[in-house]
Design a protein around this ligand. Structure first.
Ligand code: BGC
Length: 448
């Protein structure tokens, strides 16, 4: 890499999500979410006993957390709103105290010159709606648009970047197909329905934004580039299936107005013929796409693997503690692929980061996390390479600001650039936080 800096106005920030950091999930009249229910069921959690009851106690420490962001030099902060804090029943009555928390957060960010990126939904569906079928109910698209409208009316004057959904693929693959995430279903017939309703919800929320919002709205997806294990026809076909399932299932309908043909092949009779009108609803112009990138997969054909008939082939390489291969070149490949496939839509990297084993105590220079520093250095450089090839990347949000509840894996996986002692709630910036501050201060120039 030869560049010395990133584009002017490139936005450097960090990201979190409501249920992972806030704690106090039922405070001030909030309605419970499916993550509240899931995390309290030890049969469902991979880390039984870990819940979001306290998490990082951000709900009570919001002001000092924003001060920490300021100290680190963050220019932006991506957070999500707990739907049930604002609408305890999912629809209808607004809970002013819950809404007030996000108003205060946004005010505090703006006072500190930190741009808010607001995600409307990062997986914590109100249980009141799950009890009515959740994302399996066609009405969910309107429930979501109504909730989105409440948020636009309250905050569009101050929030200029809105995200509808975070990673619909993870919601359906984890929540409806394999059961590893809330609401914990395992049903091949449900997964396509949940996916489709999530995309209808996205489309309706964008339409509602166009009617009354004044700024920008987009969708956040996770992309995991797929590389064939060999050039055999079977491995190439398996790779195309895996790519369509994980990377194109949501982008194609949102940006092209159709689903990849491979989905019919993967789901068979469980993949319905969708009404044309639904696809029109989904296919709404967006102002940007947010991409969460963590790793890649090398894929081989595997007839025994349901329903994809494809398996990952583990590589000899550094892996994170979530067992994800560290492979920065895929970041560049993925961004170039996106531009070549969907056009030069403005992009933000809305999540990127890694869980590694950190030393349990701070040394003289804080908590030393060289692998995480290296992960940021190489992945941000890989973004620079894509920008050099003309891809319109406008910002980068490190995942995550704080160590937090890694969903069903609980507190054992630490993604933070800031260490959290869960006994005392002490925050200690890791070396990676200091390094990231320098990246920001030099607009990427420190990468050389
Ligand atoms: C999610 C985050 C999660 C991270 C690491 C993404 O899938 O949006 O909530 O903590 O990856 O697994």
């Amino acid at each position: 890499m030869t560049r010395t800096s990133f584009p002017e106005n490139f936005l450097w920030g960090a990201a979190t999500a409501a249920y992972q950091i806030e704690g106090s999930p039922l405070a001030d009249g909030a309605g419970a979410s499916i993550w509240q229910r899931f995390s309290h069921d030890p049969r469902l959690m991979a880390a039984p006993g870990d819940t979001g009851d306290v998490a990082c106690d951000h709900y009570n420490r919001m002001e000092s957390d924003v001060a920490l962001m300021k100290e680190l030099g963050l220019q932006a902060y991506r957070f999500s709103v707990g739907w049930g804090r604002v609408l305890p029943d999912g629809t209808g009555r607004v809970n002013d105290k819950g809404l007030d928390f996000y108003k205060r957060l946004v005010d505090e960010l703006l006072r500190n010159d930190i741009e808010p990126l607001l995600t409307l939904h990062h997986w914590d569906l109100p249980v009141a709606l799950d009890d009515r079928g959740g994302w399996l109910n066609r009405d969910s698209a309107d429930w979501f648009a109504d909730y989105a409208r409440v948020m636009y009316r309250a905050l569009d004057g101050r929030v200029k970047k809105w995200v509808t959904l975070n990673e619909p693929w993870v919601i359906t693959d984890g929540g409806y197909l394999h059961g590893a995430l809330a609401p914990g279903h395992r049903n091949m017939f449900e997964a396509p329905i949940a996916s489709h309703n999530l995309m209808r919800a996205h489309g309706r929320a964008v339409q509602a934004y166009r009617a009354e919002g004044a700024h920008e709205i987009g969708l956040v997806v996770n992309i995991e580039p797929k590389y064939p294990a060999s050039q055999s026809a079977d491995d190439l076909a398996a790779t195309a299936r895996a790519h369509a399932y994980m990377n194109r299932q949501y982008l194609d309908p949102a940006l092209k107005g159709s689903y990849p043909a491979e989905l019919k092949d993967i789901f068979g009779e469980a993949w319905p013929e969708w009404p044309e009108a639904d696809l029109k609803d989904i296919y709404q112009p967006v102002d940007f796409i947010g991409i969460n990138y963590y790793t890649r997969a090398v894929v081989r054909d595997d007839p025994n693997q349901w329903p994809l008939r494809a398996s990952p082939v583990k590589q000899i390489a550094t892996h994170t503690t979530t067992d994800w291969e560290v492979y920065p070149p895929a970041m560049t490949d993925m961004l170039v692929w996106f531009r070549d496939t969907f056009g030069n839509i403005p992009l933000y990297i809305t999540e990127n980061g890694a869980a590694f084993y950190d030393p349990p105590v701070a040394g003289p220079d804080g908590i030393d996390d060289p692998l995480r520093c290296d992960y940021f250095r190489t992945h941000i450089a890989a973004i620079g390479d894509a920008i050099d090839q003309g891809v319109d990347v406008r910002g980068y949000m490190a995942w995550s600001l704080l160590d937090n509840l890694e969903w069903s894996l609980g507190y054992s996986k630490r993604f933070g650039i800031v260490h959290v002692d869960y006994q005392t709630q002490t925050r200690t910036p890791k070396r990676s936080a200091r390094y990231y501050s320098q990246i920001i201060a030099t607009n990427g120039g420190i990468l050389g």
